[in-house]
Design a protein around this ligand. Structure first.
Ligand SMILES: NC(=O)c1ccc[n+]([C@@H]2O[C@H](COP(=O)([O-])OP(=O)(O)OC[C@H]3O[C@@H](n4cnc5c(N)ncnc54)[C@H](O)[C@@H]3O)[C@@H](O)[C@H]2O)c1
Length: 412
């Protein structure tokens, strides 16, 4: 029986390998190559290595606002070509997915044109700068769907395993009737009054400020996890710094000179909300919370339990439920890192993604500069000696063993 099982699983493995080699590709057309364009490109590159996706993405072409920068981005990000604008990108038959990573005011125009050109669309959040544009996008997506094209929005935090588990806990009724939702998204990068008037601070480009930039994420998270829509709100928006220096150009992080312009979006957004089903919620988003780099938190209290999520401990949930409370008081820490948790099986273990990329960067830099990349072989030899001493000690019933170099090692 054992033999039969192993033959079967070998067959399955070969089948899977074969399907990985033969499965179709799909061309990615990236619109925008700033922060999100780079992050999305990294995702398109690594999805094939981590997941058994039915399509293999190919980085076909990228475009941006300015031509020379698009050419540079094609090389930097690994696209086969740069295109001068999104219309030229849409003309390409080898582009199957258009990834919209541009400022909010352009999402509707680009996404609607892409869907009409027969492409699938992944669009960054917030969906649009206005509700009217968003409604037009929904209509375009419905039309495209009837022709087999699909559209999605980049509310990425839904894919965090702990958030997926929180949703499952709520859906299974383990919190009972939901009464309270508390959600916060705090950053601090706008505190400096010299930070220039970038597109994110202008209504005509961004639509809103902290509300759309950060608040959109927690509104989506709260509705996603609870499964309940927000039906009404009572809100307070504030713009603390009303004028800022004009940037050297629309993408630039540095001021051009003494000229200033008005900030036309909110710096902070606070609101209370009523959810369908009777729950009430408190939401806060700001880019003025000094010390907060990317703080997202969500607390949900129901009639039978509570969950607390804090993105700074992204693979944890705090859970309080009546069953646990019989044994211990307070919240229980649930580590969401098991293969049974959504996505975890295919995620790198914590830290492995960026630590390995940083390692590759340091290696490339130091060999170019003619320096020894560390840790050196000699550093690792010392680790090896310690391991050998551990084995020797264990073999000698735990006797103390010095970590020493062999003659050969001493002369190495
Ligand atoms: N999901 C998230 O967590 C997250 C995080 C940050 C930003 N975003 C969203 O991503 C989008 C882009 O933000 P970003 O931080 O990458 O901005 P960015 O300023 O870093 O980059 C914007 C890019 O768009 C290009 N561009 C601007 N107008 C264009 C046009 N008409 N046609 C083609 N290219 C154009 C620019 O050349 C630039 O390459 C925004 O909607 C933002 O809200 C999402």
């Amino acid at each position: 029986m054992k033999h039969c099982r192993s033959v079967k699983s070998k067959g399955k493995k070969e089948e899977a390998m074969h399907s990985r080699v033969t499965r179709p590709t799909i061309g990615i057309g990236m619109v925008g190559h700033g922060f999100m364009g780079s992050v999305h490109t990294h995702a398109w590159r690594s999805v094939d290595r981590l997941f058994d996706a039915p399509l293999r993405p190919e980085l076909v072409a990228v475009c941006g606002l300015r031509w020379p920068e698009a050419q540079e981005a094609a090389v930097r990000l690994g696209y086969g070509a740069a295109e001068p604008d999104y219309l030229r990108l849409l003309e390409r038959d080898d582009v199957g997915i258009v990834d919209v990573c541009t400022p909010n005011h352009s999402h509707a125009e680009i996404a609607i044109a892409a869907l009409a050109a027969g492409k699938h669309v992944l669009c960054e959040k917030p969906l649009a700068a206005t509700v009217t544009e968003a409604e037009e996008m929904v209509e375009a997506a419905a039309r495209a769907r009837s022709h087999g094209q699909y559209a999605m929005v980049g509310f990425t935090y839904r894919r965090v395993p702990a958030i997926a588990l929180a949703k499952q806990i709520v859906r299974e009724g383990r919190l009972g009737t939901i009464r309270h939702v508390r959600a916060r998204y705090l950053q601090d990068w706008l505190v400096d009054p010299c930070f220039p008037l970038a597109w994110r601070l202008k209504r005509e480009y961004a639509g809103t400020g902290a509300l759309g930039d950060l608040g959109a994420h927690i509104i989506d998270l709260a509705q996603f996890v609870t499964g309940k829509r927000i039906e009404g709100v009572s809100a307070l928006l504030e713009t603390f710094i009303k004028e800022r220096p004009l940037p050297a150009d629309s993408d630039s992080p540095s001021p051009a000179g003494d000229a200033i312009g008005p900030v036309t979006v909110d710096d902070a957004a606070l609101f209370h909300a009523r959810f369908e089903g009777g729950a009430i919620g408190a939401f806060e988003s700001t880019r003025f919370a000094l010390g907060r780099e990317n703080h997202i938190s969500l607390e949900i209290n129901g009639s039978a339990g509570s969950i607390v999520y804090d993105f700074e401990s992204m693979n944890e949930l705090q859970l309080w439920d009546a069953a646990g409370a019989k044994m211990v008081s307070g919240f229980r820490r649930v580590a969401v890192q098991e293969p049974i948790n959504a996505y975890v099986q295919k995620w790198w273990p914590p830290g492995h993604d960026y630590a390995f990329t940083s390692q590759a960067f340091d290696f490339l830099t130091t060999i170019t500069e003619g320096r020894d990349p560390a840790p050196t072989f000699a550093d690792a030899l010392q680790v090896q000696r310690v391991m050998a001493a551990v084995e020797s000690s264990s073999a000698a019933n735990g006797a103390f063993v010095d970590v020493v170099a062999t003659d050969a090692q001493q002369h190495a």
